[in-house]
Each structure stands twice: as structure tokens, then as C-alpha cells.
Write a protein that binds this ligand. Sequence first.
Ligand code: BGC
Length: 452
Amino acid sequence: MATDTVFPPGFLWGSATSAYQIEGSPLADGAGPSIWERFVHTPGLTIGGDTGDVACDHYRRWREDVALMARLGMQAYRFSIAWARVLPEGRGRVNAKGLDFYSHLVDELLAHGITPMATLFHWDLPAALDDRGGWLNPDIAHWFADYGEVMFKALDGRVRHWATLNEPWVVTDGGYLHGALAPGHRSLYEAPIAAHHLLRAHGAAVQRYRAVGRHQIGLVVNLEPKYAASESPADQAATRRAHAYMNGQYLDPVFLGRYPEELREIFGNAWPQWPAADFDLIRQKLDFIGFNYYTRSVTRDDPGAWPVRAGRVIQKLGTYTETGWEVFPQGLTDTLAWIRERYDNPPVYITENGAAFYDPPVAADGRVRDPLRIDYLRRHLLALRDAIRAGSDIRGYMAWSLMDNFEWSLGFAKRFGLVHVNYGTLERTPKDSAHFYSRVVASNGAALHEEI
Ligand code: BGC
């Protein structure tokens, strides 16, 4: 019966986006360039040469987008703030027009009864700070806290859920270790330094928030459970390394005040020693973890997979999304069990979950039929319900993404949206999954059992 999928009272249902992926007009109204502006305008770095110059044109269509969210019955909206719109040089001078954009957006959300959840940093570092070394410069901790303070003072009366960083693991793995994402570096030596300063910046911003803010602040991480491909000692060890690298690298310092031991083994000579006092800064009390969940990895020892020496085994009977990620809802339940046990059951928001599939074009009847996405959402929400039953303290769920958008170096080819975006006309069309999700939200989960 439907009632066994009803979520706890007050559970917050919404969807998520990020600034560079949807806004467009990156340099409008006095904004400074970000590292993504530079990255996308360097030939060969994004598929098809796609850029976020226009993206979904949300910078100009934000009212329409908020109205759309309201029509779909969304209760919350997780968005990110483009640091370089507010501080064009990354520090110092505030650009009032950039700040106004977010202030108006928040007002509009509240006017429609939608709870705003703001992320300070979703990868679009001001280019002026990159010129000073970006995440490699230790000063970035106070640059970030100063930027945070500007936003907290401007919006904390209206925004009650803040996140410092989105997915610091991706910033270091993609931006500093393998180079597929901005700023496009490929260095074993830089990655752990950038990781540490991301963590220090996070801690400094939380500390600042406690001084000037009154609501809730957390950190958003992407976690991917690792399951050993076999019982062989080599595969087991590879799985431990992969797990420490991806799941422990950020949460262990934040909750336990230390890095996992395996990181030293992975980075070898490139692994630095940090002053103990840094961990006092990093280990600030958080109000919640934001957990982005997409897939799992079945892991085997692979000496060629630099530097973790762990490879992914493709599952013959698995279902894969268009980004090549296995659909594995049980991984969400398992990872939430791990969080519960390792970090003493902190409050968690699922801040992203979703999938890219080949969607058919908008049909003559105006529908976009995307049954695979509906199935993905339904199965992950049931897995989330299992975790809640098992005792996890889950406060809300943000589907990724409200609408199709710029998928970083993969350009516009991968569509994660509940809402289809026509990149020629910029018209928005809710897919079948958006309507399904609306019914789930309206029934607080009961509609997960409906027949499609
Ligand atoms: C990121 C999003 C991204 C999504 C799908 C997450 O890693 O936070 O920006 O679009 O995954 O790849």
C-alpha cells in the first residue's frame, strides 16, 4: 500500500542546478571571468566546442524558471552562486548587480513558497584567483571565507540552507589530477595540495558562518560505494584505496580530523605533511552533509590505473546510463549506512541524484517520454526510503537536474533534466519524469507505487 513509502514529515523535495551550467551571460553586468569561461574557450577541451555562453539563459529567464518550478510543485531549489559575479576579482570589490541577481532570485523563490538552498562554490572559480594559484594558494581559505561573508550578510535572513563547496573530490580529481575539468592541470603533486586548501577554505567559511549566520551550513560531497570484484587480496586492497580516495578523502578530515591512511600509499612522495592546527580549522561542526549519488563501482586491482591502481569492472547484466554509469540504487542505501556508522548519523540531504539518457524529441502532443529516468528516480527514492527505515537522518532530496544543461566538458550532449531544454529556442518542456516527480512530491512519496 502507498503509505509505506511516505517520507518523514517536513521532508524537503526539490531539484538542483549550478550557476555555470544554466545561467549563460557569464560576463554580464560587470561579472568577472571564471576558470570555466577560460576552459571552454580553449579549443578542444569540451565536446563539440560547447560553452556556457548561453547555456539555458537562466540569467535572463530566472522568473520563468521559478514559475515553472512552482507549477511542478517543487518545495526547494538548490542553486549555486557564481563567485565572480559577486566578486569579479574573486576578492575585494563587490559587484552590486551580481549580488542583486541572487537576491532577486531568492525573493522570487520565497514568493512562490520554494525553499532556497545556496551553494557558494560549484566549480566556477574566479579567473583572477586562478592567476594567483587558485586552490594551490593557501590564502584561498580566507578569500573564500570573505566571499562567504558577503553572501551570508546579504542573504542569510532569507536563505536557511547553505553549502560551502560542491564535490571537492571532482575539483581535485578532474581539475588538478587528470585535467579533464577546469583549470585542466594534470599533476600528482598539485592534487593533494588543492584538496587540503579546499578543506581549509570549507572550514574557514563555516567558521565565518557561525560568526555572522544563524541557520544551517554543510558540505556537498559525491560518494560512490566501491565493491570488490573478487575476494583476492589485490582486489580487496584496490577497493580500500579507491574507497579512501573517493569517499574518505574529504569526509574523514571534516568529521574525524585526519586523512585516510591509504592516501599516503596512493600519492607516495607527492603526499604532503600538514600542520595539525589545519585539522582544527577543517573539523568544524556541520549542520548536514549534502550527498550527491549517481552510481557505484565494482573495483579490481589495476596497476595501469594511475594513481589509485583501481579499475572499474563493467557488469554484464548491468543497466548503464548515457554517461556510462551503472544504475545501482542499492548503492545509495549502502552508502547511507556507511555514513551513519562512520560519522555518527549526521543529518543528510540528497543534494543530487539523477541520470542522463537518450531522450526522444518533444512529441507532437508536447510530451517527452523518458521512462528510463522515471524508473531511475523511483528506484533511487525507494532505496532512500530503505535507508530512512534503517535509521538514517535524511532531510530532503534534490533531483539532478531541474532542466537539461551544460554538462561541463561533455557539453550539451548529455541531458540530465526533468525539464527538456530546446537549445535552439530555449523553450522548456517538462518531461514525463517531471510530471511523475511532481506527483511524488505532492504525495510525499506515495506516488512511487503508481503504475506508469
Ligand atoms: C555535479 C554536476 C553534474 C552532475 C552530473 C555532479 O558531479 O555536481 O555539476 O552535472 O554530477 O555529471
